[in-house]
Design a protein around this ligand. Sequence first.
Ligand code: SF4
Ligand code: SF4
Length: 333
Amino acid sequence: MNHEAMFLADDDALVAFLARTFPGVFAPRDRIAVKLHMGEPGNPYAVDAAFARRVVSCLAGCGCDPFLFDTPVIYASPRGTADGYLASAAERGFTKEEIGAPVVVSNRSLAVSGETMTFRLAADPIEADGVLLLSHVKGHVACGMGGAIKNVGMGCVAKETKGAIHEGGEPVYAGGCTQCGACVERCPTGNIVLEGDRPRFGITWCPGCSNCAIVCPERAIRPRVALFDELLAEAAVLAAGRFKKAYAVNVLRRISRLCDCVADAGPIVAPDVGFVCAGDMISADAASLDLLARASGRADLFAEIHKHSPWEHVRAAARMSGRDATAVLREIG
Ligand code: SF4
Ligand code: SF4
């Protein structure tokens, strides 16, 4: 089976394409959750309200009933509660009046048992008639890149599960260190030193990326629950598998080093590319990574930056979905 993705270079081409495409995906009167990270206060790179409004208008133009949706975050931020998130989003222009659709932030969730743990999946996207994943592509310290899979696996879960995924990827020393130094070199945050005959953690901070467990040749470091990529991918596949209908739009503009969760996410690390659209999150992210490699001239840009290839979580999600991690990309003029 071919998993197709479309490349569109500019806003007008995207909007025209979506207006043609949505009627084949969603039905009139469908209530559509537009899943969007509305950005940490001060972050200049997240998808802006004017652009979100254009995409929402495409859905409304097809007779759908869209609403913007996100979940509150686990870290210290005004976005840590639904009310705080709504207030900070409103300051960025994400209001019903500006967007032309309600803005919903909710931690309401349902528990689903996976292979690795029980995930609390956001209820609103699952209860909606369909989901439009509107995802800003940018770097991420724990999984290399945040795209559509991250928008589901971390964005469509309750805040307790966000914390559990990060904690689940944290290192546990299992014994047998030969002091090769690989974990120290590979840690993106400088969180590890070798002390005596073993690694010590907790020097800086740990997002639970699992790099140290992945790289250790002796398996002396294990993730607390499972590799971060596996946990993220499992959450994403469990949630996406419950969406009644879905479509993904990846925004490859203002591609910053860090994610929209931080105010200071710079610098920009790749040229603006455009948009990738696909019927599923895996095709959208695989095609985005291919495009990014071409645009930047780097085979795996985010692996260089964050010492962690985003292909790991894309491949994990593909494997869990019984498919491969490729997409056939077509350019739409
Ligand atoms: S490599 Fe990742 S998981 Fe391991 S200590 Fe560093 S930040 Fe934490
Ligand atoms: S990678 Fe493994 S063997 Fe090497 S220093 Fe770290 S814990 Fe020890």
